[in-house]
Design a protein around this ligand. Sequence first.
Ligand code: 6PG
Length: 465
Amino acid sequence: MKYDFGLVGLGVMGRNFILNVAENGFSAIGLSSKKESIEKLENDGKDFVVKGTTETKVFIESLTVPRKVMLLVPAGNPVDSVIDSFLPHLSPGDIIIDGGNSHYDDTERRFEKLDKLNIHFLGTGVSGGSKGARLGPSIMPGGNKDAYDIVRPIFEKASAKVNDIPCVSYLGNTSAGHYVKMIHNGIEYAMMQIISEAYHIMKLGMKMSNQEIHQTFVQWNKGKLNSYLIEITSDIFKAKEVETGEYLIDLILDKAKQKGTGKWTSQSAMDFGVAVPTIDSSVSMRILSSFKETRRSGEKIFSKPKSIIGDIEVNDIENALIYGFIMCYAQGLSQLKITSEEKKYGLNYEEICKIWRGGCIIRAKLLEEFMFAFNKNPDLVNLIFDSEISEMIKESDSYARKVSVYSINNKIPSLALNSSISYFDALTTEKLPMNLIQAQRDCFGEHTFERVDMNGTFHNENWQS
Ligand code: 6PG
C-alpha cells in the first residue's frame, strides 16, 4: 500500500490535519514516536485510509513518489532534526512541507540547504488552531511553485472555503508563506489587544456585567466587526465553571503568554524599516502584563480616579474597534508590502486577504473590503488611502478619539488604541517635528541635516554660540 500524503508530529494539530486530508479522500500515513498517538490516529480515522508508524524508513518508503511529507512539529530544532533524519531516505523531487510557525530566516536556510539536494521545501503557514486543522484551516504556502502545484489538490481540498473558494494560495518564493503567517499572527496579537482594551473599558469604566459584555459582542458580531475573534470573545463572556457557576473569565490570571510570532513581527518590522505601532503595543502589553507584582504595587502608590470621568456608550467603543481593526490590518499589510519588495516575494495582497477570509484566526468581514481595495489598486501603498476604507476611517475616527480620551482620563491602559490613532495621525500629517530631531542630532553629533529650501547635506557649527 502506498500513501498520497505523509505527516510527522501527531499532536493535536497534526492528528487533526491528517484526518482532514484523509477525510477528503487522500490516503495518509502519520509518523510519531508515541504508540498512543498512532493508536488514537488509527482509531479516530477508522472510516478513512489512514495509518500510523513509528519507523522513519517505513514511513518514507510507504509514500507515493514524489513524496509529500508535512511536518507539524514545534518550531526550531525539532524541524531540523526531522529533516535530517529523512535525508538518507528521500529522493530528488520529493517535497517537505513545514506547517509550523517557523521563523522565516530558518525557512530560508532550510530551503537553500534542501534545494542543493533537489528536495523541495514549502514553508507553509497554517492557521485556525486545532479545530481549523480538522475542519479547514487557512493555508499559506511559499517555496517552489512547481512543488506547490503537486500538493495543491490536497491543500485545496483540506483548506477552509469561503463561497466555495479555497483559503489557500501559492504566495511566493522561499519564506513567503511563513512571512505571511508571521504577519497574520502580528495582526492577531494587535486585534486581540484592542478587543481586550474594549473589554477593560466596558468593565472598569462602564461597569458592565459579563452578561452585558457577552450580549454586546454578540451584537457587534452581526455588524461591521463580524469576525472570528469577536465571535469567540462573545462566547468567552458567557462561559461558566460547571462546579461553581462562576464566570471563567473572572478566574483567569491577567498575564498573557506568547510563543513569539508577534515579537518576530515587530522585530522584522524594525529591520525592514516599517512602522507597526499597534502590533508593537500588543507585544509590549503582553510583556507588561507579566509584571503582576509591580502592577499591584503601582496601583497602591498611584491611585485610580475615585469616580468615572466622562461618559461613553457601547456604540462609541464599537466604532473605535472598527477604526482599530482597520489600523491593525493596514500596518500588517504595509509590512508585507515593504518586505515583499525587499525580499522579492512578489506577494499579491488581494490574494492574501482572500485566503484570510476563512479558517484563520484573523478572519473577518472587513477582509472583503480590503480585497476589493487591492483589486482596484494592487499597488496601494497603505489600506488607509483606499477611497472606501478612508470613508470607514472618517466615520469611526471621532469615536476612536472619544474612547481614547475616556480611557486616558480614567487611567485605563489603551496602548493599542492610542497607538493606532497616532499611527494614523502621523501618516496623515505632512509636517512632523522631526526637523528638531535632525537639529539635535547635528548639534550633539555633527550628523548633518537636509534643508527645505536647498538641496544637499548641511552641518551647523554654531548651534550653541
Ligand atoms: C493560528 C495561531 C497560532 C498561534 C497561537 C498562539 O493562526 O492558528 O496564530 O499559530 O500559535 O495563536 O500564539 P501565541 O502563543 O504567540 O499567542
